[in-house]
Write a protein that binds this ligand. Structure first.
Ligand code: ZN
Length: 134
């Protein structure tokens, strides 16, 4: 596993949060993207070498809607860059982690992603992400 690729924050209203984080960081988000399969709208900010992803649910059964219902807005996941997501999934399964996506799926920002269940990672939802070569 490599560097932190981004931190995901669950928000109720992405337009409001775009304005909030733009004033926090002193610059606007640089892109928005909807991932229809996940029922989320995402917005990305850069702060120095770091990236922050805001996530808003686009449907009531979206994982983000469920998260906010249970825990409220806030940090939703930490994403780590990996070179080879398939071999990393295999390694983590062998280590006893519960991988939620045994087959990586297409996420936002041109990435292949997979999540680890927070019950096996001290309550932290971990995302693995591999850049898709294009
Ligand atoms: Zn993410």
């Amino acid at each position: 596993m490599d560097k932190i690729e981004h931190i995901g924050i669950a928000v109720k209203d992405i337009e409001k949060s775009n304005a909030l984080f733009a004033s926090l960081f002193g610059k606007p988000h640089y892109k928005m993207e909807e991932v229809a399969s996940e029922g989320v709208k995402t917005s990305f900010f850069k702060t120095g070498p770091n990236k922050i992803e805001l996530l808003e649910a686009t449907k009531p059964d979206s994982p983000i809607a469920k998260f906010i219902e249970k825990k409220g807005e806030g940090i939703h996941h930490i994403a780590f860059a990996v070179e080879d997501i398939v071999s990393e999934i295999k390694r983590l399964k062998e280590e006893g982690f519960t991988v939620l996506n045994e087959i990586p799926k297409k996420g936002a920002d041109n990435k292949l992603v997979a999540f680890l269940h927070p019950k096996t990672t001290n309550g932290v939802l971990i995302e693995l992400c591999q850049e898709i070569d294009s």
